[in-house]
Ligand binder design. Sequence first.
Ligand code: MG
Length: 438
Amino acid sequence: MLFGTNGVRGKFSELNPELAVKLSQAIGIYFGRGKILVARDGRLTGECLKNAVISGLQSVGCEVIDLDYASAPTAEFSLKKLNGDGLIIITASHNPPEWNALKVVDKNGVTVSRERGEKIEKLMSTISICNWDQVKPSKRYPQATMEHIEAIKKFLKPEKFKNLKVVLDCGNGMAALIAPKLFRELGCEIVTLNSNVDGNFPGRPSEPSESNLNDLKKSVISLGAACGIAWDGDGDRVVLIDEKGQFIVGDKVYAISVIIKLAEKKGNFVTTVATSKCIQDLVEAGGCKLIYTKIGAPYLSEEFLHGKAIMGGEEVGGVIWPEISLAKDGFMTAAKIVELLSDKKLSVLLDSVPAYFNQKIKIEANDEKKVRIMESAKVYAKKNRLKVTDIDGIRVDFKDSWVIIRPSGTENYIRIFAEAKTNAQALQLIDEYKKAVL
Ligand code: MG
């Protein structure tokens, strides 16, 4: 099984050029040998894998548009703009530098999930290459980032950005291509950290977790900036630092985005079953409905195709703005939040997000034990007549708390995560469910 939730990921010894050629041939056939866009991030193996991907696509008769360096949201925006039949992004997002991945997106802008990836893997054993005279030259498309910036600016009021000082931590990733230009054009005073693309990620690891953002926190405070902004390696996720130097976790980035969207229009919102209840509280207080999906970006985007969702988001700081594309867009998200800061400080904005505390544990479990634990969780919830959501693990909701029991797809663990109005209540939930399932 090669496909995970977000494409095929591996170190260079596993995801090597030979595999990249074969996978891309199968992907090209899966997408009807049509027009396929290819983008990559700044990882050291990126160019080598990109050449293999393009070669694989060309060998089955695809027309290739080569975006080369582009953030993931930029590539997905271009897919829609250029009306492509599919997209392959060569990026390992927030993983360490020795990793890379092929992320595959269909013509609707939906990332190919593990389930659909299986179909592509089956095609790998029956590849037929095209005739020599059907091999088409690839075309470069250097204006993708500029067009993405222009599209984002259409949804913003430039006068709101004047005199705002923001610190941008691009983490040596793809944000460096777009974020400084976007915020400068909007009229902000910007200070940048790690704003050169470097596949060794010398400035900080590409995961924007709190412990990796100490330089950003210090800069925000010493410069008296309105906020600090940090992206992951491919720029789909974003986290913030408020004017006091406090880290703002991914759920809350989504929560502020929900507040922004509710002020513009009404409709359905989408999130995964692992997201903080603060989202449900905000959406329902705004008279709208929240739809829960399985964990993973593909499932969020899929919901837009058969529903009337106006926004989607997940717990790690990825927000989908369908007016731009069905991809999580860390640049649109950051710009929409900064737009509010001329009227309200970021820490004050956060006061309107309902506060919850969370706790989590991991229980070691092989496949057999995983099945047993999940069955016990089901029986326990049923016996106590609890409100259960079982689309991904078992989530049990109470009035102002919830708990989820979920087996890891890749590791020998079951995770229990609880959220409540106090730390003590969250701990108590964890204890109760640990006892109930073991
Ligand atoms: Mg990412």
